[in-house]
Design a protein around this ligand. Sequence first.
Ligand code: ADP
Length: 540
Amino acid sequence: MLGNMMAKPLLISDLIEHAERSNPKSEIVSRRCEGDIHRYTMHDAANRSRKLANALTKLGAKSSDRIATLAWNNYRHFELYFGVSGIGSVLHTINPRLFPEQLVYIINHAEDRWIFVDLTFVPLLESIKDQIPNVEGFVIMTDEATMPTTSLDNVICYETLIQDESNQFEWPEFDENTAASLCYTSGTTGNPKGVLYSHRSTLIHAMSEVSREALGISSVTCMLPVVPMFHVNAWGVPYAAAMTGAKLVFPGPGMDGASLWELIDSEQPDLLLGVPTVWLMLLNHMDDIGKTLDSVESVVVGGSAAPLSMIKKFDQVHNAFLIHAWGMTEMSPIGTSNAKTAAMENMPLEERYKLQQKQGKPVFGVEMKIVDDNGQPQPHDGIAFGRLLVRGPWIIKQYYKSDDMSNFEDGWLDTGDVATIDENNYLGIVDRSKDVIKSGGEWISSIDLENAAVGHDDIVEACVIGVAHEKWDERPILLAIRKPGSAVSGKDVQNFLADKIAKFWMPDEVLFVENLPHTATGKLLKIDLRKEYHDYLMNK
Ligand code: ADP
């Protein structure tokens, strides 16, 4: 027997309508590419999203058409989130940090009809325009006064496009499983893979993430998402803001410590969201100017593991709680959150910090398990580790236009991570399965080693890779970037690590480098380093 409840579809357009009705005065503040700070309200955003929907319809945008953006976090990008998906088209948020050949690949693979582009990225599109012949035109996200001269064909100015349109628009109703947005993973090998989110998955992900047990977003929240809107929809927080009426502060192109602090100082956000690298820059800047982040209550950190030194610094210097979260593009992205619990309030501090290093508990809707190489489930004791598999209503079941099902097993997604799960269901990411170091049959976590190494005051960034070893098959070596002017030696770093790691984890070598390579989403790119250093210990 089926229930008697209405099957009203969950649609992204409902979010912006709800926001306008319930929280019309909620503010959206953006640093613009044009250089100034722009502010308006949810009511304005809703009006302009409907104008945009009218303009897109006139341009001929139809259901399922892919409309792309190449843009920072700002209010026009926010309007596109609702205007494009709201009419049934698919918003393809392009990551400008991808290599040009990857950009060409994804624009052609997605069959983007139009690209909405911020001023910053116009030259990037000009450099690849001959390789993306099927794009019909480009909308530059600015006003007539700041329109650049460009070699792009069929160019429209965003403000001109929408200015004469009506702010009335009847959003269409359609199946909630309709595609809403598309995001490509940065991919360390091969071509990027597309993840196609639906209206339903987007809305229930947002419903779950606003909860106190996930990110704790509400009408009294003022949040600063530094995580880009081109990376898994800024972790879904633009939708969460429309759902709750939270104030949004968009940093635009200003992601350096000084620019972020300027916005934090003027807008007083209590919730920040971003990857560890960004917070490292902000924390260093705060050290330099000798000020503290007084308005900030929580900092959500995901994308890579949060080092212990960062958890402590936010707590001890800035009185801010670091919410460690884990997820993937394939998971919309939230899988787990390490929100503060009652138990944490009463825990000895060092014990709490240790717990905060874990990636947290699954948010409602996400199921996880760890299995060995034969697919056998491993115990949830915080010690045994295995391949992490997940499933849930906002997790992909296959990649866009791909029949490669190698990451999927009986309805579960293989995350490519190796992890532990403890008796309280806390997830501990040990490593990416391709990065974990197998030394004499024992596993060594490159992530844990890197995080221990950056605890040293003179180390800016650390990267651990496994290299060939005659006796142990593989041994870890540590590549590190020193603080400018520091004379710290490899031996000093090994001494520093000695009481922080198991003895057999000690990197055989510590080598100092000038730079480390990163993926388009800011993660260490180890594939080339592994090749370069493969025989390093063998040849010594
Ligand atoms: P991409 O760089 O391919 O776009 P994603 O942003 O989807 O990647 O990255 C997902 C991966 O990032 C996870 O599988 C995991 O390895 C890593 N990751 C994400 N959050 C954390 C975290 N809190 N701690 C450790 N690793 C993390």
